[in-house]
Ligand binder design. Structure first.
Ligand code: PLP
Length: 388
């Protein structure tokens, strides 16, 4: 059976061109960039080439990019880095209740160590109101961290508006752009951010490599202590194949971004329309317009997301109930609960995330298979009290 992969928000397959670009850096060009001889300098050159590409995609200067091991480290670096560097100024951090675990858990950690954290609420579409950000600011606020787009239900947040508020108040502003970089336009100046998190494996790059954009002048404590790599901002010998792969993935994204947005928007609309038409008592989660074209998150009443997922898997279709980190947990999604969904609705949620290699044929197959699965599950569902 040919498998259908519709979980691109969890991770993307590495692009063949990316793998090709990485390969020489495992073998003939294996040097340590800190070495002064030619092997080292070759590796150093490759890092700088990738840095130019990453900076170029988001409108940053080359020296404002620091390579890390992925989105999680980057979020930790940004938040703890600002918190520790500004302890004498204040101890208040503003974030939202729908951030990725990498942000939420970092904030909880700081909360247990004397920082005060405000978790902003969202509306029924998962949108943060910039006025709520303004109201939450105190003279102790040192950081605002709001994600660019949510990984579970795809809502794109009003980052540029929040950026203006942060700038007026003179507060450092971080956004987690792991789900948007390479997929929709991301420009650090248009968004008005001081820090921005990225991860290569969400844009057809390899796993275990990411980057933090640090606006020039931003006060940030290093997260990793050791050598002098990355201009003393991130110690440890650089992951050269990873960095080269990230650079190549960014180069490809830059060439293909507008075409991909159009193609995904078309498939997205087809899938949403088909699901809502064919399965009664189903709703689309997230904002109807301000959303990632790749994300289709639905709640199906009277069935469990996990049961749908397992049945889809038996048919060769790979989807998710939310974030990759929580798909093994039976707790309902905190993101959907924050949007006001009931526990039952949150438990009945399913996320399809589309990507570069998604096709109309795959969408047709989902539309043929899922209504059948839902009908079967509903027929034996204790949740279905009064079928209509
Ligand atoms: N932030 C967001 C919004 C994500 O979706 C993810 C991954 O799912 C991460 C951070 C963590 O990235 P990584 O897997 O590279 O650590």
């Amino acid at each position: 059976m040919k498998r259908i992969y519709l979980d691109y928000a969890a991770t993307t397959p590495t692009h063949p061109e990316v793998m090709k670009a990485m390969l020489p850096y495992f073998s003939e060009a294996f040097g340590n960039p800190s070495s002064i001889y030619s092997y080292g300098q070759e590796a150093k050159g490759a890092i700088e080439e990738a840095r130019v590409k990453v900076a170029g995609l988001i409108g940053a200067r080359n020296e404002e990019i620091v390579f890390t091991s992925g989105g999680t480290e980057t979020d930790n670096f940004a938040i703890k880095g600002v918190a520790y560097a500004n302890e004498s100024k204040g101890n208040h951090i503003i974030t939202s209740s729908i951030e990725h675990h990498a942000v939420i858990e970092t904030c909880k950690f700081l909360g247990r160590r004397g920082f005060r954290i405000t978790y902003l609420l969202v509306d029924e579409y998962g949108l943060i109101d910039p006025e709520d950000v303004k109201r939450a600011i105190t003279n102790k606020t040192i950081l605002i961290s709001v994600m660019h787009a949510n990984n579970e239900m795809g809502t794109i947040e009003p980052i540029a508006e929040i950026g203006k508020i942060a700038k007026e108040a003179g507060i450092c502003f971080h956004t987690d752009a792991v789900q948007t970089m390479g997929h929709i336009p991301v420009d650090v100046n248009e968004l008005g951010v001081d820090l921005l998190s990225m991860s290569a494996h969400k844009l057809y790059g390899p796993k275990g490599i990411g980057a933090l954009y640090i606006r020039k002048g931003t006060k940030l404590s290093p997260f990793m202590h050791g050598g002098e790599q990355e201009r003393r901002r991130r110690a440890s010998t650089e992951n050269i194949p990873g960095i080269v792969g990230f650079g190549k993935a960014v180069e490809l994204a830059q060439q293909e971004i507008s075409q991909e947005v159009e193609q995904l928007a078309h498939l997205h609309d087809q899938l949403v329309k088909g699901l809502l038409e064919r399965i009664e008592h189903t709703r689309l989660n997230g904002h109807p317009i301000m959303r990632l074209p790749s994300n289709v998150n639905i709640s199906v009443d009277f069935v469990e997301g996990e049961s749908m997922l397992l049945n889809l898997d038996l048919e060769g279709i790979c989807a998710s109930t939310g974030s990759a980190c929580s798909s093994s947990s039976l707790e309902p999604s905190y993101v959907l609960l924050a949007m006001g969904l009931s526990h039952e609705q949150a438990h009945g949620s399913l996320r399809f995330s589309l990507g570069k290699w998604s096709t109309e044929e795959e969408i047709r197959r989902v539309l043929e298979v899922l209504p059948r699965i839902v009908a079967k599950l509903r027929a034996m569902s204790p949740l279905l009290k009064s079928p209509r």
